[in-house]
Design a protein around this ligand. Sequence first.
Ligand SMILES: Nc1nc2c(ncn2[C@@H]2O[C@H](COP(=O)(O)OP(=O)(O)O)[C@@H](O)[C@H]2O)c(=O)[nH]1
Ligand SMILES: [Mg+2]
Length: 472
Amino acid sequence: MSTICAPATAPGGALAVIRVSGENAISFTSSIFQPKGGTALAQKKGATLTFGNIVNPANPEEVIDEVLVSVFRAPHSYTGEDATEISCHGSSFIVEKIVTLLLGAGCRLAEAGEFTKRAFLNGKMDLSQAEAVADLIASTTAANHRMAMSQMRGGFSRKLRELRDELLHLTSLMELELDFSDHEELEFADRTELNELAQNIHDSLSALCQSFKLGNALKKGVPIAIVGETNAGKSTLLNALLQEERALVSQIHGTTRDTIEETVVMGDTLVRFIDTAGIRQTEDEVERMGIQRTFDKISQADLLVWMLDASRVQEQLQSLTTQLLPHLRKKPFLLVANKTDLLEVVQQQTLENLLAAFLAEHELAPLHIIYISARRSDDIVRLRALLTREVASLTQTHSAHALIVSNVRHYEALSQALVSIDRVMEGLHSGLSGDFISQDLRECIHHLSDIVGDISASDTLQNIFRHFCIGK
Ligand SMILES: Nc1nc2c(ncn2[C@@H]2O[C@H](COP(=O)(O)OP(=O)(O)O)[C@@H](O)[C@H]2O)c(=O)[nH]1
Ligand SMILES: [Mg+2]
């Protein structure tokens, strides 16, 4: 396989690393490197550092930089091949120059994800672990980091192997029955027992599939929709939470016609706030489409912030569309009464009574009722703390050690495996012949194998590694 090289660090830092991997990694690096102190790279053991100069072999007087070269020897490297890493100063000129010299020495520029792809092909990690490397690099929150780290260290792979072993066991029991079905005197595992085995596998697969909703939310941001009448102050709140002027704010009703989504880190979790078009009766076609979209977003959200204009609560509750109520009964929500700066203290008491009566009448149970002015920063701080707590408890329904699926490809394979195991169970119930059941079992195993990468289709591999950055 050819020897590849690429910068492995993003531009802008004080130092940069250039990676080289392949059969000739050490000799190609050596041809542009003069060690200080004598020992040539070729004589160096694996996992050692050598200090020296990068020089242009065409003109050894031309010193490009003083660098440290790490030498790794197969199979003890990230890729499993001979490899070097050149730590140089982080100038884009130096990095480019060194890469050019390496290309001149015989290297080829690595494709996106090619180092990790080689690690996979050389058996250093399975496919799901390789994918976790990309997630790890992209992780911006503690929750995402935890998920990627656990997957990279093989927690998920182990679970899949366990499931595969159980499926193989079940298959062998089925096939035993097939092979000896002529011998009526022999006792086989009865079908209730087989069914129990299948049920266990079903439960594990189903739990993994269900974890995807959380995994996906953690990766893309836990969706929280801000809903309410026009002019309640929803866009003002979004801007305050994001600390930027993202959404247009105006006293003109119906300003926000489309949904706006922005992510922000709260505690150790990424949250995706969705500002929606205010809900009201309108003749405006575009605004109506916006309101329809509001309801779509409400259905997708994990948490709702229902906002009322505290200075107009009575009118707002009266005109409140009944369309919103079923959603508020189904989803956890915070009730935020905004614009308290426009209220007298006594008015707030009346307001609290009014709201309490309304909530009781409609059987609504908000997680919290909070009075704020979206224009006051200490109110925003208070609301933010409350939201952070609620998001943490939403995402901690899974224990910290539970496996969470966050990759769409894995989720799809698991869902298909679940369909196959369901067919196996149906087959066992209805007394279907063993050949058919074995066929479904094999299919189930096949879907699980896809996840860890016992797959031959190279376009699938190409597609997975295409999304990596160069140098990884
Ligand atoms: N007095 C007062 N006005 C507010 C407050 N929050 C928002 N507003 C104003 O209410 C109007 C509507 O706000 P906007 O965020 O566009 O409401 P939206 O339609 O729910 O998105 C704007 O003129 C805001 O400046 C608040 O806490 N107090
Ligand atoms: Mg708005």
